[in-house]
Design a binder for this molecule. Structure first.
Ligand code: SF4
Length: 111
């Protein structure tokens, strides 16, 4: 059985398809980059890593290898977000950490 379509039907269908492309792009972008939730230092996982929002508050007796210039923003695990005081961290997926934060797995970001 042969089916035929009028030119109007084909053109109308093409416009609908093109109109949906931006909408699909928005959906996939929002799914790819969900908003990060601030990491709470009292969270059990954060505590186990010794995470604090302020590197100057680190207990030197508990973490003797800590140095004052070690902050999240110069850590290899930090994922910067332009213009933000926080960033992502590969150790804490889905969470944001303070640029001046610190935890015991800090490692210098390669130059
Ligand atoms: Fe900060 Fe690095 Fe620890 Fe993540 S791994 S919380 S960026 S010090």
């Amino acid at each position: 059985m042969k089916q035929t379509f009028s030119r109007r039907t084909l053109v109308s269908g093409a416009f609908c398809a093109v109109a949906l492309i931006p909408a699909l792009g928005v959906i996939s972008t929002s799914e790819a980059a969900p908003a990060l939730q601030p990491l709470d230092p009292s969270d059990p996982t954060a505590k186990s890593f010794g995470y604090l929002n302020d590197t100057t508050k680190v207990d030197a007796s508990a973490y003797p290898s800590h140095k004052a210039d070690q902050v999240c923003s110069n850590c290899a695990q930090f994922v910067a977000m332009a213009g933000a005081a926080t960033g992502g961290c590969n150790v804490f997926p889905g969470k944001s950490v303070q640029k001046n934060g610190w935890c015991k797995v800090w490692a210098k970001k390669p130059a």
